[in-house]
Design a protein around this ligand. Structure first.
Ligand code: ADP
Length: 720
């Protein structure tokens, strides 16, 4: 009986298409196939197979199977689930899952080996070659070198059939991790948490836990024990550890390697395409058992995923904001459900969503309330900038400057935290008041002194800093307003001329290797003062760091979207939590003009629960997440009138539904990006509403004209 294969193509098409399976190939779900699509031939994946009965239209025939490891069924199910969740074409989710296959498979290496034939004429040179070749296949050049002969001698032996070419597949395996190696001796509360996680894993099936422990409490040690339990319970089990930043992966990779005696696979945008293919294949074949990666690792084709750890689960970087929009933490829970695996969300400042899930019993709630060993939580003080202002043109208050000098004198390290890249966030003309903006985007240009350019942080567009104001042509009239990390570095140098100072931001650390090196220098005490954006504020362990100065605590509270307070709390708690992580006590000084703000009071008192409770109350009253659901529609286009007209059509097409409110259209706060005007709608729905069904119905009723783009962002984190 002929078979019909439903094939998903990694393209923005609404659904998978039916094809006739070739008679000769034995197809399975998950197999890679080549399918005709119009005049093209496209690679896709079989998502369903059925007998060809009751087919009353001609189907095109698949052109064959591709010999890559099949996508496991659970991965196929996850791809389909993720697409529905994000209101995206399923092919877009598949494209994410196939990202590792972009590089061609590695070519087998061509080596030469002895065939066992003796040469007709033996010379000393030939004898040396045969002796060297006795060790096994080698590259021809290496063989000639080892024998101390010219390439001609090797070639002669090849021609004669004494040596022959052999093809050796490139090694794709990973060393197996050994869960039996001893881990850290856990303290009693760590042991209790690790025990619960191990029981969860042994029980099997989907389970979720929130590992909620203060900074430095040893969450990593605990989840490594959970990983050990998963690996030990089943020789094929695989573990995925997700991290929000590439910079953090290095430290965790080193800890995984130390714990299990084998390096895990690494997966993020900095990994080369050939290397990605190697990881992808090994994960699909099950020969790679631990992956440490950024959010896109969630789409890898795991064969037997038993545990997913989402470290720093509260972190906004888990949200993928363009292309296929998703939140990796939420998708990790969904994937664990589909795989029947355990998922552990770890954080010192868990999201309100996760705390709520723990409170309502959906997640096990494991708390570690003290730092490990002698380490104590830092002493946190607010510095009221109204009473203790910095000098004009400076940003460090006398109190913070004094503390830095004391710390330096004691041979300890300081970290100055300011979440602003570059030298100055604003450049304006003293003569005419013109503020420098990007030409096609509504954003101030940020001055970068290292490169002497003005940069748009939204699009990356940049220009050299002009000598004259482009508006009034006044010479040398442009002044830099406000501080970025580069400017703070200047101030720190002025304050401590002898100190070794480094800046940690995405401008100074461009790849995983750079991050590893800077983190190592800081950890080993080669830096006295680190000036850092959020790139360095989280996760790292710097034993000699005893002072954290938060330069502008009010920064994140301005603008105030739904999560501004929560995000500020998390960021500052993480940043201040870097201090005093070993035997030396730490302190944190938080500079603010609004010390009475509840976020800052909660930070000072280290009373997270009270803060979260107050936040939760407000969200519940407004029906906002996690008590309700949100989605945003972002509509953009080059022509204001066309955009306006489409927004009106969209507003008129809102489906009738109980428990749903639609707000908008409104100009987006970022009303112009790359020459495209932007408008937004916001949808709020009760939890029991099928929000995705509502959104897809709505979209289908008012398709945008060609020049207009409509993006759906389910559970938005950015409101810009
Ligand atoms: P967290 O992930 O909660 O911030 P870590 O797991 O990074 O904490 O632990 C903080 C520091 O304490 C690390 O240097 C870690 O090696 C150390 N540590 C934690 N628990 C133990 C333990 N049981 N034995 C030895 N060292 C520990």
């Amino acid at each position: 009986m002929a078979l019909v294969a439903k094939v998903l193509l990694p393209l923005p098409l609404p659904e998978a298409f039916d094809y006739l399976a070739p008679e000769t190939a034995e197809l399975c779900v998950g197999d890679h196939v080549v399918a005709p699509l119009g005049p093209r031939r496209v690679r896709g994946v079989v998502v369903e197979l059925r007998e060809a009965v009751g087919i009353n239209r001609p189907l095109r025939q698949l052109e064959g199977r591709v010999d890559d490891p099949a996508l496991p069924r659970a991965t196929v199910a996850f791809v389909e689930w993720a697409a529905r969740y994000a209101c995206e074409a399923p092919g877009e989710a598949l494209a994410l899952a196939l990202r590792g296959l972009r590089a061609a498979p590695p070519k087998p290496e061509r080596l030469v080996a002895a065939t066992g034939t003796t040469p007709a004429r033996m010379t000393p040179a030939r004898a040396r070659v045969l002796e060297a070749a006795a060790g096994g296949p080698m590259r021809a050049a290496a063989l000639a070198q080892a024998a101390g002969v010219s390439a001609g001698v090797v070639k002669g032996l090849l021609d004669e059939g004494v040596l022959a070419w052999v093809e050796q597949p490139v090694e794709t395996g990973f060393d197996p991790p050994d869960p039996a190696l001893p881990g850290a001796a856990l303290n009693p509360s760590q042991k209790a948490a690790a025990g619960v996680l191990a029981d969860m894993i042994l029980a099997g099936g989907f389970q979720a836990a929130l590992l909620d422990g203060v900074t430095g409490s040893g969450k990593t040690e605990v989840y490594l024990e959970a990983a050990a339990a998963a690996l030990a319970a089943d020789a094929e089990a695989q573990v995925l550890i997700l991290l929000p930043e590439i910079a953090l992966t290095q430290q965790v990779i080193a800890r995984v390697e130390a714990r299990f005696g084998a390096a895990p696979a690494e997966w993020h945008s900095g990994v080369s395409p050939p290397r990605r293919r190697r990881v992808w294949e090994a994960v699909a074949k099950g020969s790679c058992r631990i992956v440490v990666g950024a959010r896109s690792a969630l789409f890898l084709p795991f064969r037997k995923l038993r545990l997913i750890v989402v470290d720093e689960e509260h972190d906004g970087s888990f949200k993928q904001e363009d292309g296929f929009i998703y939140h990796a933490r939420d998708l990790a829970v969904a994937r664990a459900k589909l795989e029947g695996a355990a998922v552990v969300l770890a954080s010192a400042t868990p999201s309100l969503e996760s705390v709520w899930n723990a409170e309502t019993g959906r997640y096990r709630w494991l708390r570690l309330s003290a730092r490990h060993g002698e380490a104590r939580l830092p002493d946190i003080r607010l510095v009221d900038l109204r009473e203790n202002p910095p000098e004009r043109g400076r940003w460090l208050s006398p109190t913070l400057a004094r503390a830095m000098a004391e710390t330096y004198a004691a041979g300890e390290q300081s970290l100055l935290f300011l979440n602003r890249r570059g030298y100055a966030p604003l450049v304006l003309c003293q003569a005419c008041g013109e503020r420098m903006t990007a030409p096609d985007t509504q954003s101030w240009l940020v001055e970068h002194r290292y490169t002497n350019r003005l940069v748009c942080h939204l699009t990356g567009w940049s220009m050299p800093k002009p000598e004259r104001c482009p508006h009034c042509s006044a010479k040398d009239s442009l002044v830099s307003i406000g501080p970025g990390v580069e400017r703070l570095e200047e101030e720190a140098r002025h304050l401590l001329p002898e100190a070794r100072i480094a800046v940690f931001s995405s401008d100074t650390v461009q790849d995983a290797e750079g991050a590893r090196e800077l983190v190592r220098r800081m950890a080993e005490g080669e830096i006295d003062v680190m000036v850092a954006t959020q790139a360095a504020a989280k996760g790292h362990n710097f034993p000699r760091l005893t002072l954290v100065g938060v330069v502008d605590a009010d920064l994140g509270l301005r603008g105030g979207d739904l999560r501004a307070a929560e995000r500020t709390y998390q960021l500052l708690a993480q940043a201040t939590g870097r201090a005093g992580r070993a035997d030396r006590p730490g302190r944190a000084l938080i500079q603010t003009y609004a010390p009475e703000h509840p976020v800052l009071q909660a930070l000072k008192d280290q009373d997270r629960d009270a803060f979260l409770a107050a936040e939760a109350e407000q969200r519940e009253a407004a029906g906002l997440p996690p008590y309700g659901r949100l989605a945003a529609l972002i509509v953009s286009g080059p022509d204001a009138d066309v955009l306006e007209a489409y927004c009106r059509a969209l507003a008129a097409a809102v489906p009738n539904a109980d428990g749903v409110e639609v707000y908008g259209p409104a100009d987006a706060p970022l009303a112009l990006v790359r020459g495209r005007r932007r408008k937004r709608f916001l949808v709020r729905a009760d939890r029991n509403v099928d929000l995705q069904a509502f959104l897809t119905t709505w979209r289908a009723r008012a398709r945008p004209p060609g020049s207009v783009r409509l993006t759906i962002d389910v559970d938005p984190y950015s409101f810009l």
